[in-house]
Design a protein around this ligand. Structure first.
Ligand code: SF4
Length: 344
């Protein structure tokens, strides 16, 4: 099944045309009794123009905090970006004022969340919410923005766009609300679309439609996508490149095909076993025993050690570095240290 899914994968475009560059990002939360949760702990990656990068991992791995850090939406206190840089088209977002950053949000960076009801305002019509974004960022007059809003709803596959403009979020199905969110997120032709579990709450058919729609939007507008998901099936169908997160750190990074066909990190291997496939139809889906350690209780060694079948004494003493094992493939695991490379 994994191979079947990969037959339809988009081709990998490794462009030098970098859009987003995150370097040494650390986002910490101060807890009671002086504890510190290291939710994102020294994360570095980049996204090229028109590229879809999937950020995957279980809940608690730090993927959503990474995306909220990029949007500068970390609640402070208790959270704070304590170190690192986030550059969009060469501009460090961490040095911008709140006013400058609010112009970037919704304009250069669009965002789609798992549950559109958390970002759609229940007391305003869809039309009002769509035109607000267009009037704010593109300085359109109300009438012009309304016409553009109808056009955007049609682009995202809403046939009765004029009617939907006058409706309230609760009058729409989950799939329709997610289409509206995509229309709002794409309304200002953002350079980067951050989609945080955009299809998790939807049934499988609607999920496929929404993923296809996002990929169509990417082609149409040349947008880069940071797709946050725990679903490796979704990754196989949509991503060009994959970043696997565990315990606030990236543990494996590779082009999607290489990640599926030449998986290195024991955590990624375990994650891939959670994908349902036809052969496993009647069997129980494998899940990974144990859970991600809380971000204020990370061990000094490898953060996956407690759940790893290949744990060695060194793993408990020393957190491995993220090392390049070929030009596009990086792994954080002692099995791939110089002396131990190729043990799996
Ligand atoms: Fe497992 Fe050790 Fe690799 Fe961690 S470093 S993933 S414990 S083998």
């Amino acid at each position: 099944m994994q191979n079947q899914q990969l037959q339809n994968e988009p081709s990998i475009t490794v462009s030098e045309d970098q859009l987003l560059k995150v370097q040494g990002l650390k986002t910490y939360f101060k807890l009671a009794k002086g504890n510190v949760a290291k939710a994102v702990d020294d994360v570095s990656f980049s996204i090229n123009k028109s590229e879809t990068v999937a950020l995957v991992g279980e809940s608690g791995s730090g993927k959503s905090i990474t995306s909220l850090s990029i949007m500068r939406l970390i609640p402070n206190p208790p959270g704070e970006i304590v170190e690192g840089s986030i550059e969009l088209e060469g501009k460090n977002l961490l040095s911008l004022s709140e006013d400058e950053m609010s112009k970037i949000r919704g304009n250069k960076i669009g965002m789609i969340f798992q549950e559109p009801m958390t970002s759609l305002d229940p007391v305003f019509t869809i039309g009002n919410q769509l035109i607000e974004s267009l009037m704010k960022h593109q300085k359109m007059k109300k009438k012009e923005a309304w016409t553009k809003g109808i056009e955007l709803l049609k682009i995202v596959g809403i046939g009765s766009a004029e009617k939907v403009m006058k409706e309230y979020p609760h009058q729409l199905s989950g799939g329709m609300r997610q289409r509206v969110m995509i229309a709002i997120a794409m309304s200002n032709n953002p350079k980067l679309l951050i989609a945080d579990e955009p299809t998790t709450a939807l049934d499988v058919t609607v999920q496929a439609q929404i993923l296809n729609l996002m990929l169509e939007m990417k082609v149409k507008f040349g947008t880069s996508i940071l797709l946050i998901t725990h679903d490796m099936g979704v990754v196989a169908e949509t991503a060009d490149r994959v970043l696997v997160m565990y315990g606030g750190q990236i543990v494996e990074e590779a082009p999607v095909k290489e990640l599926f066909l030449d998986t290195k990190h024991p955590y990624t291997i375990a994650l891939l076993k959670t994908i349902p496939n036809l052969e496993m139809e009647l069997e129980r889906l494998e899940s990974i025993p144990g859970s991600v350690p809380p971000a204020h209780l990370f061990p000094k060694g490898c953060r996956f050690a407690e759940r790893c079948q290949h744990v060695m004494s060194k793993c408990k003493e020393q957190n491995p570095n993220l090392v390049e094992i070929d030009p596009y493939h990086k792994v954080r695991c002692h099995l791939y240290d110089q002396e131990g490379r190729g043990m799996m």
